[in-house]
Design a protein around this ligand. Structure first.
Ligand code: PLP
Length: 388
């Protein structure tokens, strides 16, 4: 009997949780506009505000400090602005410093001009080079405006956790702003905006079992906010115009509530599965290189390169085996681009890497099948290599 497909690409997008699906279905049947004052409108508003509390709770923020956006990319573009307001006073961001391994949503610098964005190198271990950051901040020309630093909490390709608290200390010393891309971290490790000492966090619904096309910008307070990206009818306290995406918002809220429950137990199980996977693939091909194996990583991600196997070829081979995984990050074009993360880590980006990412629904049996498929693919590679 044919086996059903195995989905091991949760960092590209996670399957929709039943809890999120139920919330979305309810919201689809809600007729009211959350801005309307009648009973239908108030019912819709109540759903939005419940979701705001659920999102805030997951990241240790105040509900009033959550702005819903159409994606994490939009949230990044909202926060990455040269123009802020501190209460009633305008405030200028002179330069943005991003780590070289940021997702393009952040790395491209949002609304800052290309010339105002500096890339900070990462060490071979895949973490932001703190000395390089310190040097860049020391050289920051204060007369241009404040420095802003954007760094991810967990990398989408390697899963490597970044030393955000160390980054924050350096940003504070310079009086700058800190944006943390927590897209891959929320639901996979504890995230608390105050503990990170971040001014802003971004997150995305579809990475933690909510629907696609919903994200949020979470701020530390209400006084310091960027100029809006989308102006309109004053929704989200004027920070993001447009009638709220009610199904998306409640789906995100439900996913956040799920993520907060039993995180430690879930992670424990997921970490054990990854351990089994990495043990299995090392045994099948001792020359496999697991990136970030010795560094702090989120429990669900394994990123590896196999000498003699192009990541693109490997991905297709896994797909033919009935297994969905990624060759690096999912590219909007469907093409497999060279991994800027591997390049930044000083590794051989030409070969690329295969990313296997799992979640709450992944089973031991699925990991077993993935190891068997890996062993077959690795063996074929060796035969081809010998023939050449
Ligand atoms: N940041 C990281 C680390 C991501 O992995 C992604 C999605 O792949 C994004 C930002 C963008 O999120 P969204 O798809 O909601 O725009």
């Amino acid at each position: 009997m044919a086996r059903s497909r195995i989905y091991l690409d949760w960092n590209a997008t996670a399957p929709l949780l039943q809890e999120a699906r139920d919330a979305v279905m309810l919201a689809l049947d809600s007729v009211g506009n959350p801005s309307s004052v009648h009973a239908e409108g108030r019912a819709a508003r109540a759903m939005v505000e419940k979701a705001r509390r659920q999102v805030a709770s997951l990241v240790g923020a105040q509900p009033a400090h959550v702005v819903f956006t159409g994606s994490a990319t939009e949230a990044a573009n909202l926060a990455l602005s040269p123009s802020y307001r501190m209460g009633r006073s305008p405030l200028t961001i002179g330069r943005l410093y991003v780590s070289a391994i940021e997702h393009p949503a952040v790395r491209l610098g949002g609304r800052l001009a290309a010339g105002q964005v500096s890339e900070i190198a990462v060490t071979p271990s895949g973490q932001i080079d703190l000395a390089a950051l310190e040097a860049a901040l020391a050289a920051h020309p204060d007369e241009d405006g404040l420095p802003m630093v954007a760094v991810m909490l967990a990398n989408n390709e390697t899963g490597i956790i970044q030393p955000v608290a160390d980054v924050a200390r350096r940003v504070r010393a310079k009086g700058g702003l800190l944006l943390v891309d927590a897209v891959q971290a929320v639901g996979r490790m504890p995230v608390n905006i105050a503990a990170l000492d971040a001014d802003f966090l971004i997150l995305s619904g579809h990475k933690l079992g909510g629907p696609k096309g919903i994200g949020a910008l979470v701020s530390r307070g209400e006084t310091l906010m960027p100029q809006p990206l989308i102006r309109g009818g004053g929704q989200e306290k004027g920070h993001r115009g447009g009638t709220e995406n009610l199904p998306g918002i409640v789906g995100l809220g439900a996913a956040c509530e799920f993520a907060e429950k039993d995180l430690t137990e879930r992670n424990f199980r997921i970490a054990a599965l990854r351990e089994k996977l990495e043990e299995g693939i090392r045994k099948a091909a001792p020359d496999v290189v697991i990136h970030g194996a010795g560094v702090d990583r989120i429990a669900n991600t394994s990123f590896f390169s196999l000498p003699g196997l192009k990541a693109e070829t490997g991905q297709i081979a896994f797909d033919l085996e009935g297994i969905a995984l990624s060759a690096g990050a999912a590219c909007s074009s469907g093409k497999v681009g060279q991994s800027h993360v591997l390049t930044a880590m000083g590794l051989d980006a030409a070969l690329g890497g295969l990313r296997l990412s799992i979640g709450a629904a992944t089973t031991e049996e699925e990991i077993g099948h993935a190891i068997e498929a890996f062993a077959r693919i690795a063996a074929r590679r060796r035969v081809a290599g010998q023939a050449a």
